[in-house]
Design a protein around this ligand. Structure first.
Ligand code: FES
Ligand code: FES
Length: 164
């Protein structure tokens, strides 16, 4: 028996640099589309209310909370998840996170890293204070906040010379 056709109009967008298409309810939060439909589980569910930052991805390069984004809002736009993060940015973040031992259970960390990465990739690098302010919007049950700020500032300081 052939499968019944999807009742949904396909939603097209770019995901981690590649064309993506989903036949899904346009009201479905991007968070669940990524995790349950696309098997990208690096983006974490936390509060589901836009308050904790665990689900942070990039939408057209800016940090966005995937639990608050309906699929319809990403049509024609570019979504990047922790799995698709640029390699040089990832290397800088990993070095900072390792140097400052910023990981505990790790649950909140993909979201924190995505916020940090978006700021580091901006045409104008942020000030250390701006970076700290952006990360203040993330909750960590393990209490790593101060270490994450130091790790992010180390990643900022490690910017390639041409980007300073
Ligand atoms: S799960 Fe999205 S902000 Fe908390
Ligand atoms: S490292 Fe455990 S919640 Fe942040």
């Amino acid at each position: 028996m052939s499968p019944s056709p999807s009742p949904w109009t396909p939603i097209h967008f770019k995901l981690n640099g590649r064309a993506a298409r989903l036949d899904a309810d346009p009201a479905m939060p991007l968070l669940w589309a990524l995790r349950d439909r696309l098997q990208l589980r690096g983006t974490k569910p936390g509060c589901l209310q836009g308050a904790c930052g665990a689900c942070t991805v990039h939408l057209d390069g800016a940090p966005a909370r995937a639990c608050q984004l309906p699929l319809s809002a990403v049509a024609g736009r570019a979504v990047t998840t922790i799995e698709g993060l640029d390699t040089s940015l990832r290397t800088r973040l990993e070095a900072g996170w390792t140097a400052h031992q910023a990981l505990q259970c790790g649950y909140c960390q993909p979201g924190q890293a995505m916020t940090c990465a978006a700021l580091l990739a901006a045409p104008e690098p942020p000030s250390p204070a701006a970076l700290e302010a952006a990360l203040a919007g993330h909750l960590c049950r393990c209490g790593t906040g101060p270490r994450v700020v130091k790790a992010a500032q180390a990643a900022l300081a490690a910017a390639p010379r041409s980007a300073r």
